[in-house]
Design a protein around this ligand. Structure first.
Ligand SMILES: Nc1ncnc2c1ncn2[C@@H]1O[C@H](COP(=O)(O)OP(=O)(O)OP(=O)(O)O)[C@@H](O)[C@H]1O
Ligand SMILES: [Mg+2]
Length: 216
């Protein structure tokens, strides 16, 4: 499903963030990406998502080479395949939970975004919060809303960068359990960067980065 080959990233200031990183991920795998601060986790996720270009190396998703696409091809590919979830939720603050989801569907030209949004919010156990604004929600509810936004485009892959970094352990576990349910119900493939050792046991497999090198 995902093939990463000899990926290197050197930032303009000379920082070598990734060095010859190669690995494969199968469909439906639940992968942890761990390693110290500055080891290259975010850089790697951004490159797999096509949000950043590598200095050398390739990323293939379902046989398509992301690293050979132009910006238009990339954004089209991303829209149909990949969702990114951040530590900070980036919700639209002036809009309700429901509107935060429906807008995504409307922009993508979906026929009945409201119906889809309500189904997703039900799955995320947010039905009682649909008319609330983000500031009225707990951190866990805000992150679930952000996940809802991601699900509006029916991604095949979810890349998450410290998705539970702002949550306490209990809320964090709920998010991981939702992710596992999505994997089970929809076969979504996950790569999740986390510092949280408590989450280790959720993963099928852990990729460990140190100083930009994949240690296996
Ligand atoms: N835009 C940039 N320009 C220069 N160096 C950068 C840039 N972004 C990241 N780096 C450097 O690249 C290395 C990897 O950074 P990255 O953010 O990928 O690490 P990380 O593992 O996600 O760390 P954290 O756990 O703190 O989020 C670090 O040395 C960082 O300082
Ligand atoms: Mg990071």
């Amino acid at each position: 499903m995902i093939i990463v080959e000899n990926l290197s990233k050197v930032y303009p200031d000379g920082t070598k963030a990734l060095k010859w990183v190669s690995f494969r991920v199968s469909q439906g795998e639940f992968i942890g990406l761990m390693g110290p601060s500055g080891s290259g986790k975010s850089t790697l996720l951004h490159i797999i998502a096509g949000l950043e270009k590598p200095t050398s190396g390739s990323v293939f998703i379902e046989g398509k080479e992301l690293t050979a696409m132009n910006e238009d091809q990339l954004s089209e590919f991303r829209k149909n395949n990949i969702a990114f979830i951040f530590q900070f939720y980036y919700l639209l603050e002036d809009f309700s939970v429901l509107e935060n989801l429906t807008i995504v569907g409307e922009l993508a030209g979906q026929k009945s975004p409201k119906k889809k949004a309500l189904e997703i919010l039900d799955f995320l156990r947010l039905s009682h919060r649909i008319n609330h604004k983000p500031y009225q929600l707990s951190g866990g509810e805000q992150q679930r809303t952000a996940i809802g936004r991601a699900l509006m485009l029916s991604p095949k892959i979810i890349l998450a960068d410290e998705p539970t970094g702002n949550l306490d352990l209990e809320e964090g576990k709920k998010i991981f359990e939702l992710f596992l349910e999505l994997r089970k119900q929809r076969g979504i493939t996950f790569i999740i960067a986390t510092h949280n050792q408590e989450m280790r046991n959720y993963f099928d497999r852990i990729l460990r980065l140190k100083d930009g090198i994949l240690e296996g």
